[in-house]
Design a protein around this ligand. Structure first.
Ligand SMILES: C[S@@+](CC[C@H](N)C(=O)[O-])C[C@H]1O[C@@H](n2cnc3c(N)ncnc32)[C@H](O)[C@@H]1O
Length: 246
């Protein structure tokens, strides 16, 4: 079983090695993560995240979980607008989770909990969350179907699932320009700014190998979600998938 192979970027590795290799990359980039995010996306990741939150339309008292919360960008945006939500930031990487905690050190919002856990095995009872978010994390998870099944398990009936992730552009010209950008510019910036070319080479490769919009939608449906759909942003460079639990 442990000899089965998977992708780590374009390298074939043992499935059992993937989680720790991905995590060592995030440990190395945690300090520069926010800066690199802004530079590489020209700040557009903020627009993508705002779009996600508009679609989510969070209401007061809803219980929210952000899996792979990283440095807590989305939670910061949520707490600016809402002040009565119980929010769980979950990340497998202790360094990223610490960066997230630091962001909220002096914040009056006191209903945030920080949990170090794997998306594939969440330490929560079933049927307890109203909204589940996974943003730019699913690509890094070793067993995507396990993470989707965990999302379904912990959501309440009537709860909803949201995934913001890099995807496949619709237009050939945008796709080829974007591929060049990912292959050349992103690793260059990673090298010069974060001193970590490999992490940003992995970023390009993990985006290229991630299921396209339709395949991810099938996986979300297979996990038990209904009336699932997706919208494309920036021609499909990123997409937001949504699913309901009945
Ligand atoms: C690219 S960052 C995204 C952070 C944030 N959600 C955002 O949108 O900016 C991916 C995060 O997912 C976390 N991650 C990767 N695999 C994970 C897993 N299996 N379970 C939980 N978190 C994971 C990483 O540690 C990292 O903090």
């Amino acid at each position: 079983m442990n000899n089965l192979k998977t992708n780590f970027g374009k390298r074939k590795i043992k499935i059992s090695e993937k989680t720790s290799l991905v995590q060592s990359l995030f440990t190395n980039v945690s300090k520069n993560y926010d800066l690199m995010n802004d530079l590489m996306s020209f700040g557009t990741h903020r627009i993508w995240k705002k779009t996600l939150l508009e679609i989510m339309n969070i209401r007061s008292n809803e219980k929210i979980i952000d899996v792979g919360s990283g440095t807590g960008d989305l939670i910061k945006l949520i707490t600016k607008k809402n002040n009565n939500n119980e929010i769980y930031c979950v990340d497998l990487n202790a360094n990223m989770l610490n960066e997230c905690k630091n962001k909220f050190k002096n914040n009056k919002y006191n209903k945030i909990k920080f949990i170090n856990a794997n998306a594939e095995n969440l330490p929560f009872q079933k049927n307890i969350f109203d909204k589940y978010i996974i943003s730019f994390c699913l690509r890094n998870v070793t067993h995507i179907e396990k993470a989707l099944s965990e999302a379904h398990r912990i959501l309440k009936p009537g709860g909803s699932f949201y995934c913001l992730e890099f995807s496949t552009p619709n237009t050939t010209i945008i796709n080829s320009l974007y591929n060049e950008y990912k292959k050349k510019i992103i690793p260059f910036l990673g090298d010069k700014i974060a001193n970590n070319k490999d992490a940003y080479k992995y970023l390009d490769e993990s985006i290229s190998l991630f299921p396209n919009q339709e395949s991810l939608l099938d996986m979300i449906n297979d996990a038990g979600f209904t009336t699932s759909n997706f919208i494309n942003i920036f021609d499909g460079i990123v997409s937001i998938h949504k699913g309901y639990k009945v």
